[in-house]
Design a binder for this molecule. Structure first.
Ligand code: SF4
Ligand code: SF4
Ligand code: FES
Length: 503
């Protein structure tokens, strides 16, 4: 540890860090483009110049290591003049087409242009352009506009240092230098869209989010990717009850700055009709719309005469939902199992290690601590002999869409299903269908493969009459066991997740 002074603020910092990182400790921002905390330092853009007392020239904040006693000036006249000069260079050829650029609103180049750009340029000649390279699909997810590139090499270093797939490189020389892929080798690695996060301009954007929404029209909530058991930290970008994108939320211990493409675009599965009302099968064998009261009455009637009750939990449930489900099924003397679909493995790089996602749901680790048997028999041999089968989430496994599995589960005399996807085939065979929510519509915690309990937050309320599983279990519990304290609303409130670790 050493003490440095940054714009008059003395702070204690770790040995060996650079001036940009040291300034963060003092809450001082050093403008920069090419520096990225998880990539090697190249000192290319010169935007991070700062003054260090005792050094004759301005120093690059990214490539200068702090020393005990250093006095650094990030914001003074000399530094600002250099920054303006550097911006003038960077903007010689940049189109500054922010009004039609998807990075606008979250673009470092736009922000710094606003702060340090000049309305006049000393470079009078025409801007250099890359004809025909303003919307090039360089991979399945990434679209490139080379005119906006400032040659910071962050994208190239990402493909060299993080995925080690080396798809991107500089081609040509001098002012004509361009970023591109080798012929026949698209940017198609499993984390390819991360280059759009590291790109400090609108040169790289994702095919999926391009022109879907101006970013300032989106709201954002902290959450966790539910694609696998790594549990990458994300921001959900949403508007009017619809998810528009996931972005990585930095957590050095889990996903650092990254997301895999599968997880990043997994919100597309929610672009479907939703179950918004309860349904109950009537005496004519028709599954028709009901009130919650009628659905709960039907469940009560079935449970009262039931001998054998079984339940299938889901690795998509939060820890809090699993806790309340356990209380309900314990009182019902039901047997409960949970299974998870294998996936990947998906490699994800934390700051210090590679994590391997192998389970296709976010919380098998947490839910299987609560329910430690498997419902495999029900799926493969059938539910004959079961009076009531309670499926806590139609999405508990992709196998629940298999007609043979559906037929096996339907062998139960009475089938209760929680579901949010109106097109899920299991819905059609239910006796009571209860409208549930996706993870963006509830609060709770997931436990990832490291045993780290991480919080998800509600972005927007459930659709129609849908309710989070925890609320559904509470309603069912309160109906069946009116005197049981755990199903009172206040008790359920207490199930609100504890402070998550590592978020
Ligand atoms: S495409 Fe973006 S990240 Fe890549 S060099 Fe250009 S500006 Fe940098
Ligand atoms: S590694 Fe897993 S948790 Fe992370 S983004 Fe991919 S699917 Fe989501
Ligand atoms: S951030 Fe230091 S030179 Fe680019």
């Amino acid at each position: 540890m050493g003490k440095v002074t940054i714009d008059g603020i003395e702070v204690e910092v770790q040995d060996g860090i650079n001036i940009i990182e040291a300034a963060k400790v003092a809450d001082v921002h050093v403008p920069h483009f090419c520096y990225h905390p998880s990539l090697t330092v190249v000192g290319q853009c010169r935007m991070c110049l700062v003054e260090v007392e005792g050094m004759p020239k301005l120093q690059a904040g990214c490539s200068t290591t702090v020393k005990d006693g250093m006095k650094i000036h990030v914001w003074n006249e000399k530094v600002e003049k250099a920054r303006r000069g550097q911006m003038e260079f960077l903007l010689i050829n940049h189109p500054l087409d922010c009004p039609i650029c998807d990075k606008a609103g979250e673009c470092p180049l736009q922000d710094y242009s606003f702060n340090y750009g000049s309305v006049e340029s000393r470079y009078g000649e025409f801007k250099r352009t890359y004809p025909g390279m303003d919307r090039t699909a360089i991979g399945p997810h990434v679209v490139q506009n080379m005119n906006r590139c400032i040659h910071c090499t962050r994208c190239i270093r990402f493909c060299q240092e993080i995925t080690a797939t080396n798809e991107l490189a500089f081609f040509k020389r001098g002012a004509a230098t361009e970023v591109g892929v080798f012929p026949g080798t698209p940017l198609d690695n499993w984390m390819s869209a991360c280059v759009t996060d590291v790109c400090p301009t609108g040169a790289l954007t994702t095919r999926e989010f391009r022109f879907e929404s101006r970013v300032w029209n989106l709201e954002s909530v902290d959450s966790i990717c539910n694609g696998c058991d790594v549990g990458c930290n994300i921001f959900i970008g949403y508007r009017n009850g619809q998810i528009f994108r996931y972005r990585p939320r930095v957590n050095p211990d889990v996903n650092d700055h990254w997301l895999c493409d599968y997880g990043r675009f997994s919100y597309e599965r929610y672009d479907t009709d939703r179950v918004v009302v309860p349904k109950v099968r009537n005496d004519d064998d028709y599954l028709g719309i009901s009130t919650w009261g009628e659905a709960l009455d039907a469940i009560e009637k079935a449970m009262k005469s039931a001998g054998r009750i079984a339940a299938i939990a889901s690795a998509n449930m939060t820890n809090e939902e699993a806790t309340l489900a356990k209380a309900l099924f314990h009182r019902l003397k039901a047997t409960v199992g949970v299974l998870v679909d294998p996936i990947g493995p998906i490699k994800m790089k934390s700051r210090t290690e590679w994590l391997l996602g192998t389970q296709g749901a976010p919380n098998y680790r947490g839910v299987s601590k609560v329910f430690n048997s498997s419902p495999e028999n029900l799926l493969t041999r059938g539910a004959a002999g079961i009076d009531v089968l309670y499926v806590c989430d139609a999405e508990f496994s992709d196998r629940a869409k298999d007609p043979a599995v559906i037929a096996n589960l339907r062998q139960a005399k009475f089938l209760i299903v929680h579901s949010w996807d109106a097109n899920h085939p299991l819905n059609e065979v239910a006796d009571v269908l209860l409208p549930s929510t996706i993870h963006a519509e509830k609060n709770g915690t997931f436990t990832n493969l490291q045993g780290r309990e991480q919080r998800i937050n509600e972005a927007y309320p459930p659709k129609g009459q849908a309710a989070a599983d925890v609320e559904i279990f509470r309603r069912v519990g309160a109906k069946l066991f009116p005197d049981a304290p755990e199903f009172r609303a206040a008790a359920t409130e207490e199930l609100e997740p504890a402070e998550a670790v590592g978020t």
